[in-house]
Design a protein around this ligand. Structure first.
Ligand code: EPU
Length: 313
């Protein structure tokens, strides 16, 4: 058997770490190690990585800022790639801004405001990276990525280029990337406006979230998407699970659609909470809760329970 890790380390310029712990790289601080974590030095190194994993048939996962992500206790087989925040050049012209996928979401409003551009107020409520937020069409009640993303630069083993946002088929907290493609830059279409007013809206949104969402403990944010015309938090509370604890994972007493990690929670504990809530809500209301958190890594089918149906891929 070839030593695929050695081959990738030799071919791909950048930082490599074997058996890299992923828990500290996720917002909820849960999960086992990646066989190989790679931070490519530049776009050519990323292209080489994409060619190498294809040739070697090694699975590849992209880790953004670790928000909205639950990594399996057994970790992630193959390569996990983390893009540096400055992989490629940024650009700004008129009301258009091009930023790197590996940059934190805060970069969007900092750059926009510096240029007198607005329309990005919702991003105050979104953690993680711009690439991750784009790849799932992250959003809040006041807006979502699809409102401002015009084009996306994709890297594949066969080359890189910008595609129209329409190619990503944005939905509610979802987008579809071509298989094996990695978002490397995002082009935003913004508008000139009142930056002070934009800042005020963001402050207000932050204050509201601080009052209603539990950020005193590690969490990945909303666990399930809101079903049409309903709220996952309301439903989980209605079936008596608000504050329910399994191991060190708990449905937050502050917001029932948030799982808090009380210390040493395992992915298995979180999945048990999710399966319990999903089962009870379906029984009582006939509503199937859909998973918003991205499940990454080597979950056993039994461990996923009903959630396996949602994340069969
Ligand atoms: N509710 C309950 N019990 C709870 C929690 C909520 O009854 O324990 C009720 C609230 O009273 C309210 C309704 O459910 O009537 C909605 O709750 P909330 O206003 O807190 O918003 P949300 O729908 O739960 C959504 C996004 C959040 C975003 C907020 C604010 C989804 C799945 N979640 O939450 O996004 O921050 O609106 O814009 O769309 C995320 O996606 O990770 C996220 C945090």
């Amino acid at each position: 058997m070839t030593d695929w890790r050695l081959e990738i380390e030799q071919r791909v310029r950048g930082e490599h770490q074997r058996d890299a712990p992923l828990a500290p790289r996720t917002a909820v601080r849960i999960g086992g190690p990646a066989d190989l974590l790679v931070k490519p030095a530049d776009p050519d190194a990323l292209a080489e990585l994409l060619r190498a994993v294809r040739e070697l048939s090694v699975p590849l996962n992209v880790l953004g800022g670790g928000a909205n992500t639950l990594v399996a206790d057994a970790g992630v087989r193959g390569v996990v790639v983390r893009l540096p925040p400055d992989l490629a050049p940024e650009a700004a012209a008129g009301e258009t801004l091009v930023l790197c996928a590996g940059a934190p979401t805060t970069r969007l409003w900092i750059r926009a405001h510096a240029l007198g551009l607005v329309g990005i107020e919702f991003v105050a409520g979104i953690p993680g990276t711009l690439g991750g937020a784009t790849a799932m069409n992250a959003g809040t009640r006041i807006g979502e990525m699809k409102d401002v993303v015009r084009r996306v630069e994709l890297a594949t083993a066969d080359g890189a280029g910008f595609v129209d946002a329409a190619a990503l088929r944005f939905g509610y907290r979802s987008a579809t990337l071509p298989p094996g493609a990695v978002v490397t830059r995002v082009e935003f279409s913004l508008r000139r406006g009142d930056v002070a007013e934009s800042e005020r809206i963001m402050q207000e949104d932050r204050a509201r979230r601080r009052a209603t969402q539990p950020y005193d403990r590690p969490t990945f944010g909303s666990t399930f998407t809101n079903p049409p015309g309903e709220y996952a938090g309301r439903l989980i509370e209605a079936v008596g699970l608000k504050g329910h604890r399994i191991g060190d994972a708990v449905w937050s007493p502050m917001h029932a659609n948030f799982v808090s990690n009380l210390g040493r929670a395992r992915a298995a504990d979180v999945l048990a909470l999710m399966n319990l809530a999903r089962g009870r809500v379906r029984e009582r209301f006939g509503i199937v809760l859909e998973t918003e958190v991205r499940l990454v890594g080597a979950f056993a089918p039994g461990e996923l329970g009903e959630l396996g149906l949602v994340h069969a891929a």
